[in-house]
Design a protein. Structure first.
Length: 594
């Protein structure tokens, strides 16, 4: 989704902006631009498409000496992905970049048009820069004009503004969209996430909602809540893999070791939570979006089966406006890879407002969601670059499973023997995520038979139902083929009407959970001539194709082994179709608008 970079200092500003924007590239965007104010001249360059286009456009431009600069990658919300709609947006003497959505922009636009302002773009953002210049006419200084402008905005925003009226400073405002200020000596950086700042700055300040003002070389020392910048520069190398997604699939067995480190002990489960964490908790609500929602759905089965605690799972965008009933004895869990998903963050804020005990399961330390939640557990998957989530999902499921056993243990709902059995299954599940290259080769060959047809159904039962949803989501995200996940038993209640030889059905058939039931459901589809691809450790005579996984002793091991298969199947189909696997069309890695 949209990304922001800002810089105050003496270095070559174009390079700083382009390097920063490259670090944000994996998040998804459709156009980009930069504005540099140096020697009282304002230069703006914008292009559609990839950053290489922007680099080419400004290749002959240099800016020596002190200056201020802002850059942006845009993921279109208001107005198509055109050069004119790309940020920065400029008025006569100022330029602005913005993440988020200004909800009352049409009202402001009408007012400004009546006062003679002309708009070039269809964006909500352009109103901010013209409103700022309009306000400059009636107030004594740029800061007051900026504050007056911000006061007028409804919606979510992270904003940077530069103006010839104050060429030594960057004005900023944050509400609902992340924005950070990084400091290195007397240089100041801004970014919409920490990734571009790692390695560049020594200290960072995570701005809070409602923060606004300006920063220049003199006042940044007065910033509050400055903390050391942690984190290592992420590897931008694919390490021989064709795509980051492929690398991340192969990494899973290694990162899961980090997920469980210090949490699975010889005599039970230990988590970084207070010992009375689960006291007075009698029910759980899990709230998330997309893949994280699927991880939450798997957790429902595990929590209810193992910890015997009632669990409700809801999509965050549905939760917010449904007047949800929140009970005092409820634990509210949000799950998010990025920690910045707007719908999930807002749901969490609502739960906090209602004084619920809130827990974030998240992959990004210091993200908005981690900072908002009362408690948090990190999944430790390392930065995920592929837009289609893989290792984030496996680490979420593993951590939620651990949490389920932790709850069972602390509520005395589980015997010592059962804890030991679960721990053994966890270790074995971790091993099950190591990619078997023979299975990968088989999927590579098989993928050519699944490039057409009128749709895919992934079916599974119990925890394999959320895995079916996740398999279908992976496939549609990167192959652009229509795919749905369904509970196996639900097909005959409607969807089976679609069955014919051009309907592909990927059936998840675990030996250790409801095998006969899902086999019957698969047979019902086979009888109606659907093309069946079974994933199982057992051979199957109802299948057109069988992807045999290794032999496992528990259903969760089968879950993780099948997860690898559905991820690779989607990857290989998308590669054969010639798609950009890491940056699929229309998608953003971190969805910071609702
Ligand atoms: C997964 O492949 C997706 N790209 C998407 O569904 C994602 O899981 C969702 O947007 C939630 O993101 P989060 O985990 O960062 O909150």
């Amino acid at each position: 989704m949209c990304g922001i970079i800002g810089y105050i200092g003496n270095r070559e500003k174009k390079e700083i902006l382009l390097d920063g924007l490259k670090e944000l590239e994996y998040r998804g965007y459709d156009s980009a631009g930069i504005s540099i104010l140096s020697n009282n001249e304002l230069f703006t360059f914008k292009t559609t498409g990839k950053l290489i286009n922007l680099e080419t456009k400004c290749k002959d431009f240099t800016s020596n000496g002190f200056g201020i600069a802002i850059g942006h990658t845009r993921w279109a919300t208001h107005g198509k992905a055109t050069e004119i709609n790309a940020h920065p947006h400029s008025s006569e003497e100022s330029s602005i970049v913005h993440n988020g959505i200004i909800e009352n922009y049409l009202e402001i636009k009408n007012e400004l048009e009546n006062k003679g302002w002309t708009f070039l773009s269809q964006t909500d953002t352009e109103v901010i820069v013209h409103l700022f210049e309009e306000n400059l006419k009636s107030v004594e200084n740029p800061l007051s004009a900026f504050k007056k402008t911000i006061d007028r905005l409804n919606g979510s925003y992270a904003i940077l503004l530069i103006t010839k009226k104050a060429p030594d400073r960057i004005f900023y405002a944050k509400n609902g969209s992340p924005l950070l200020i990084g400091i290195n000596g007397d240089e100041v950086f801004f970014a919409s996430s920490s990734t571009p700042l790692i390695g560049l700055v020594k200290e960072v300040c995570y701005l809070e909602d409602g923060d606004n003002g300006y920063i220049n070389k003199d006042n940044f020392k007065t910033l509050k809540n400055v903390q050391p910048m942690n984190g290592e520069k992420i590897s931008s190398q694919k390490d021989g893999y064709r795509y980051f997604m492929e690398k991340e699939i192969y990494e899973q067995h290694r990162i899961l070791q980090d997920t469980i480190r210090g949490r699975i002990l010889n005599d039970g489960i230990s988590l970084e939570l207070p010992s009375n964490f689960i006291d007075n908790i009698n029910r759980i609500t899990i709230c998330a979006c997309g893949t994280s929602y699927h991880a939450g759905l798997s957790a429902k089965y595990l929590f209810e089966r193992e910890a015997k605690i009632k669990t409700n799972v809801i999509i965050a965008s549905e939760f917010r406006y449904s007047n949800p009933i929140m009970e005092k004895d409820e634990l509210f869990i949000v799950i998010s890879q990025s920690g910045e998903t707007a719908d999930t963050l807002e749901a969490l804020k609502l739960a906090n407002k209602n004084n619920l005990k809130t827990l974030a399961i998240c992959n990004v330390e210091n993200s908005s969601i981690v900072r908002e939640a009362k408690y948090s557990l990190l999944t430790r998957a390392g930065i995920e670059k592929g837009v289609a989530s893989t290792k984030a999902f496996s680490s979420q499921v593993m951590l939620l499973w651990i949490l389920g056993i932790y709850i069972a243990q602390n509520k005395n709902n589980i015997s010592k023997d059962s804890i030991q059995k679960q721990i053994k299954n966890m270790y074995n599940s971790l091993k099950a995520t190591k990619v078997n290259t023979k299975i990968h080769d088989r999927l590579k060959k098989l993928s050519k038979r699944y490039l057409h047809g009128h749709g895919f159904f992934f079916i599974g039962r119990d925890v394999f139902y959320p895995l079916a949803l996740e398999g279908a989501l992976k496939l549609k995200e990167i192959s652009y083929l229509h795919a749905e996940g369904y509970p196996g038993g639900e097909m005959k209640h409607g969807p089976i009407a679609l069955a014919d030889s051009e309907l592909f059905c990927v059936s998840l058939m675990p030996k250790h959970l409801l095998y006969e039931k899902i086999k019957n459901n698969t047979e019902e589809l086979s009888t109606r001539d659907a093309t069946i691809c079974v994933i199982s450790q057992e051979c199957s005579d109802v299948a057109d194709d069988v992807v045999l996984i290794d032999k496992y002793e528990s259903y969760m091991e089968e879950f993780f082994a099948m997860m690898i298969v559905v991820q690779i199947l989607a990857l290989e189909i998308a590669i054969r179709l010639g798609n950009d696997v890491d940056m699929p069309r229309n998608l953003a890695k971190s969805v910071t608008v609702e």
